[in-house]
Design a protein around this ligand. Sequence first.
Ligand code: SF4
Length: 161
Amino acid sequence: MNKKLKVGWFSFSCCEDSTILFMELMNDHYEEWLKLVDFKASRILKAKNDETDLDVAFVEGAIASKKDEKKLKELRKNSKKLVAIGSCAVTGMPSAQRNEFDAEKTKEISFLVERFKLAKKVVPLSKIVKVDASVPGCPMDEKVFLKLFNDLMIEFGVKNA
Ligand code: SF4
């Protein structure tokens, strides 16, 4: 089998701890993944990224602006499968905390919302695009991620069951 799983890893509004966890998993899985996975886009891994024609887009973080909404829709178009990574991507929280602010706090932060052209509400990925699978947890549940990643390699024919 010479085919590789074409993968992209993306982060929106969040603390990026699942990305760090993903990097830590590389310590144990790099040799295997190098043979089976083409990391076409991952800003933590490489400077030159190709975000087109992906088998799987792993997406961390919640969506907090029109700009991010547009980017997420692009990723959806360019990926056969889109996976929400971590609680912020799956449920919006904790990145979406400002949705719950009272009127006073909302007013206090309004200059920042304006300055950074943010949306009124922060939303999970599924509010914008179809999500094919989710890895819950804050940060993501490592075991769920590893099983899903393995299943995707089998589903896309880069690895035998
Ligand atoms: S789910 Fe938790 S670890 Fe992941 S980005 Fe959100 S706050 Fe950070």
